[in-house]
Design a protein around this ligand. Structure first.
Ligand code: ADP
Ligand code: BMX
Ligand code: ZN
Length: 296
């Protein structure tokens, strides 16, 4: 069906690559997500798209935020430096002048990871209900129910970062108190260190925990526990058969093991088998490309 340029817009980074029909990524580029509002985001998108626009037939986008009616509406604007609303489709079309298909980043990654599970010839089981969870700038997700990706009429399906972790917790950027995202995300992990002599970003907190720092370990364990509890709720709601974990925090050394460890404290019916995303940081790019190919 021709070549596709895939973009993955996250709260921390924007990636772009040409995705071939066999699912190979060519010319992958990545820039930091600007925090200067709509104009800066449009400039970053132009930088990534312009070099490829004559080489591809359409553009596929996985993006953080609620993706509906061609717009990106932030559920948690703080993840995008306060940007609450952005005309994503219009912006990309004005840069590329090509057909463009948009999907939420967690939903896109879920789609790619589900295809990978279905393609796994060694696997004897066929999965019907699956969830992808990204623990990254925020906490996002995508749900496969009865083998179909759940998008929702308003693009909201899979926003599991905004389910409740702690009714007495911090106010989340979405306006609700104690969301999973406000406890478990990379942003939340970093924010927990703001009272330290030397505040640390999530990657540093992981390093410190590896070296035996108890405060760092507690922050990461609390994040992993919130994810395990949220997954227990989701299993009860959806009869999940497997959960795939992604995002820089989700993929960080030892994080998956901590979530599995936290699940072990729950009765067995609440536990769900878990795996790291097989496409690692590229699930969103690949999922957007696959989704666009099947919908254009
Ligand atoms: P995005 O949210 O743009 O998709 P990421 O998946 O890279 O991007 O997630 C960004 C979050 O992950 C940030 O909060 C950052 O501090 C954290 N992070 C980045 N690298 C690591 C790492 N190696 N270990 C743990 N956390 C990380
Ligand atoms: C937030 C929300 C979701 C997104 C998730 C993960 C915004 C801007 N984003 O919950 O739509 O899927 O973060 O996004 O409200 P990421 O930036 O961490 O990849
Ligand atoms: Zn929230």
């Amino acid at each position: 069906m021709g070549k596709v340029l895939a973009l993955d817009i996250g709260g921390t980074k924007i990636a772009a690559a040409v995705v071939t029909e066999s699912g190979m990524l060519i010319g992958r580029q990545q820039v930091a997500t600007p925090r200067g509002g709509a104009e800066q985001l449009a400039i970053a998108l132009d930088t990534l798209i312009a070099p490829y626009r004559h080489l591809v037939d359409f553009v596929a986008v996985a993006s953080t935020g609620i993706i509906s009616g061609g717009r990106l509406t932030a559920l948690n604007p703080a993840n995008l430096g306060g940007l609450a609303d952005f005309p994503l489709q219009e912006c990309i079309q004005s840069i590329a002048d090509l057909p463009c298909v948009l999907l939420n980043d967690g939903q896109a990654a879920a789609w790619a990871e589900y295809q990978a599970l279905s393609d796994d010839r060694n696997s004897q089981i066929s999965v019907n209900n699956m969830m992808f969870v990204t623990v990254s700038t925020g906490v996002g997700g995508g749900i496969i129910l009865n083998k179909k990706l759940l998008v929702g009429n308003h693009g909201l399906a899979g926003h599991i970062g905004h389910t409740l972790a702690d009714p007495h917790g911090l106010l989340c950027g979405c306006g609700r108190r104690g969301c999973v995202e406000s406890v478990a995300s990379g942003t939340a992990i970093g924010a927990e260190t703001l009272g330290w002599k030397q505040p640390a970003a999530a990657a540093k907190v992981f390093e410190m925990a590896q070296l035996g720092n108890l405060q760092a370990e507690n922050i990461i364990s609390r994040s992993a526990m919130a994810i395990a509890q949220m997954l227990a709720d989701m299993k009860m709601a959806l009869d999940l058969e497997i959960v795939i974990l992604g995002g820089s925090v989700g993929l960080a050394v030892g994080y998956l093991e901590r979530v599995i460890g936290a699940q072990k404290a729950l009765p067995e019916i609440y536990r769900v088998p878990m795996q790291a995303a097989c496409h690692r940081q590229d699930s969103g790019l690949l999922g957007a490309a696959l989704w666009a190919r099947s919908s254009l």
